[in-house]
Every structure is written in C-alpha cells, then in structure tokens.
Design a protein around this ligand. Structure first.
Ligand SMILES: Nc1ncnc2c1ncn2[C@@H]1O[C@H](COP(=O)(O)OP(=O)(O)OP(=O)(O)O)[C@@H](O)[C@H]1O
Length: 252
C-alpha cells in the first residue's frame, strides 16, 4: 500500500472559545493534487500552518511520508519545512530584490549558477530572461504571480502549498495561473495542496477535492464526482448560493 505523502488524523485546534478544527482526517497521496474548499474562516489556512509547524495543534497527528511531524523542533523542524514550497496569496516577493534573486532565494551555489537556475525556472512559467533583472514592482500582478510560482518550484520541493493562488487576478490571468499549476505539478511530479474559494481553480487544478466545514472534512472525492455530489454543503458551495445549510453572517 502506498504511504500518503501527508496524512492528517484527528487534527484539532481551538482559538479561545472557537473550535476551528475539530478532528480533521485527510490524506494526500504522492503526486496527487488535492484542493481543500470551504467558506471563509473554516480553518483552511490554519490547517496549512499546522502542517508547516507554524501553529501547534491541540491534538491529532500529521504524518509526512509516514513520519510523525507534530512536535518537531530545531533542525528536524527546519528539515520538515524544507520539503514544502509555498505560493502565498499575495505572492510575497521581496520588492528590494531583482526577480532572479527572488526566484533563486532558497537555492545554494554561486551567483552565476543561481541566476541561471532562476532563468530556467522563469522559462517554466513562461517568462523570458529579460524579466530577471527587473524589480517585482515593475511587473503586472499576473507576472508577479508567475515569478512567485517560479520561486516555489525552484528548489523542486516534493510538496507545494498553494494558498488562494488566483486571489486578486482577473479571470484570464487566473486561468493561465491555474493551467500553469496543473502543468507544473504534473511535469515535476509535485504533490500539491491548494486552498481556494475559486471554483475555476478547483476544476483546473484538482485531482481530488475535500470540503472543510464545521471543523471537519465533510466530503471528499475525485474532481469528476464533484458535480454529481449530493452533499448539500458541497452543492451550496459549488453553486455559490446564498441559500442552503451554510449560513454566513449577514445572509438573509
Ligand atoms: N493565530 C490565530 N489566533 C486566533 N485565531 C486565529 C488565528 N489564526 C486563525 N484564527 C481564526 O481561525 C479561524 C480560521 O481561520 P483561517 O484563516 O484558517 O480561515 P480560512 O478558511 O483560511 O479562511 P479564508 O478563506 O477567509 O482565508 C478564523 O476564525 C480565524 O480568525
């Protein structure tokens, strides 16, 4: 039996009186692209932060390639984190550094070899070498996202987290980024875990979808079974309806 790349079991986290995660069970298989959907504030980002060891869970287990990672500290925690690439919502590029230094930030070696690697990774996201010496602020939002994607793949991490990868992008640029994520994950055999509200992202990027609601995974299944799914929470989410079992503050 294949060991999951990431396996969450009974993951729970409370902030004050708010039980955000109440026993999340979820497995991501090697090379799989799993998308977690769920409304605002359901704990999607908290789940990613707990996996990265940025927030400690109250209880539960996280195994990466079969090894428990909850409670890791020091060098072991650093080694755990080095297995993950991140594409942050805002891109999170360093404005004071030229594009090539952003892309090669986590790479080692001489400046010349890092620059060459940056240019190679920029090509993978459809950007030419002329972009390498520009500052992020000189680029459009879509190009910045590509640069952030090049940076995330540059160290060839086995796992990449995509946090709202299309937030703030126009629909066409968003579609290009979704296609790129799908293509890169497949080509580079990266295990991808994406959190998003964007159903276009879900449909392009996911092999499998899991919905987080009320602190637990209430449904999961292959992308192909999403539209035929009769779970009322999932149906409300994918149709974007104000009416249904999910009640948002201020909804009538
Ligand atoms: N460090 C923290 N301290 C206290 N509460 C927190 C902390 N981090 C997150 N929360 C709370 O946990 C809940 C879940 O937050 P989270 O950011 O994971 O939601 P999300 O599903 O990613 O939402 P969105 O889709 O809007 O980004 C929210 O109520 C948030 O206020």
């Amino acid at each position: 039996m294949t060991i999951p790349r990431i396996q969450l079991a009974g993951l729970a986290k409370r902030f004050g009186s708010r039980q955000v995660l109440a026993g999340v069970d979820l497995a991501v298989m090697p090379g799989e692209s799993l998308v977690i959907i769920g409304g605002s504030g359901t704990g999607k980002s908290v789940t990613l932060k707990i996996i990265l060891g940025l927030i400690a869970p109250d209880s539960g287990s996280i195994k990466v390639d079969g090894h428990e990672v909850v409670g890791l500290k020091g060098a072991a925690l650093d080694a755990h984190r080095a297995r993950f690439g991140m594409l942050f919502q805002g891109g999170a590029l360093f404005d004071s550094l030229p594009v090539w230094r952003n892309v090669s930030f986590a790479l080692e070696g001489s400046a010349a070899s890092r620059r060459a690697a940056a240019i190679d990774n920029l090509a993978r996201v459809g950007l030419g070498p002329e972009v390498a010496d520009l500052k992020p602020s000189e680029l459009s939002g879509g190009m910045q996202k590509r640069v952030a994607l090049a940076r995330a793949i540059a160290p060839r991490p086995p796992i990449i987290f995509f946090d709202e990868p299309t937030a703030g992008l126009d629909p066409i640029t968003a579609a290009v980024i979704n296609d790129l994520i799908r293509e890169l994950a497949t080509q580079l055999k990266i295990t991808a875990l994406t959190i998003t509200h964007d159903m276009h992202s879900v449909r392009t990027v996911a092999d499998r979808v899991a919905m987080l609601h009320g602190g637990v995974i209430i449904w999961q299944g292959p992308l192909a079974s999403l539209d035929g799914c009769d779970n009322p929470y999932v149906r409300q989410f994918i149709t974007g309806s104000a009416h249904g079992p999910i009640q948002m503050p201020g909804a009538r």
